[in-house]
Design a binder for this molecule. Sequence first.
Ligand code: ADP
Length: 225
Amino acid sequence: MEAAGEAAPKALILFGPPGSGKGTQAKLLKQALGVPHISTGDMLRARISSGDQLGLEVAGLMQAGKLVPDETVNRLVRDRLAEPDCAGGFILDGYPRTLPQAEVLERELAGRGFDQVVVHLKVDYTIIIARIAGRRQCSLCGALYSLASHPPAVPGRCDHDGAELVVREDDREEVIRARLEAYDRQTWPLLEYFSASGHPFHEVNGSNESPRAILDRIRGLLAVG
Ligand code: ADP
């Protein structure tokens, strides 16, 4: 992505269960590499906040921890990738999540001349459930906090803009379990697809180390392909 002499811009696909730290790593990588962070979850939440037709259609599914239909997210991502800031590469967080999404993306990236690299963040589910229960998000800028490992300086307030921190509607424990089930059923099978795809595929254990240490490991892997 930033190394000299690379042939094509890269699509970095961050893959892993909900709560694996994909969003955190994507934000750190965005700063480090200077490429856009494309989160389908954030895009869908923005549509819900704006109250448009698409937002109304997906709100119930998301609040129940279910996946949004493939055509809806495929269209959102396709439109986003056509924007000029994506021309030099980008980070995908939360997409693709199903086999049909992966197949659409494969064609889209090949058509646009992007090499793809997949990084799989592996984290134990017991750690995930504890982590998500302590997760808070800024209601204004979307910054993420963890009550255990990265608390805000002022309780309940964002360090960047002072706005209120909230628990995401789909971070409640029963919803987390539904999201992990959806991951096991629909997203986990993608690992086989990625490992057979012939594109670089890396696994990173995201259970124990700090976000910075995990970032360094991902950057090390990206440097080799
Ligand atoms: P997490 O990875 O922690 O589950 P996200 O913000 O990526 O959080 O996703 C939140 C919700 O948004 C998902 O549970 C799902 O309802 C919806 N969503 C996001 N990305 C996709 C996708 N690629 N396909 C279908 N649904 C999606």
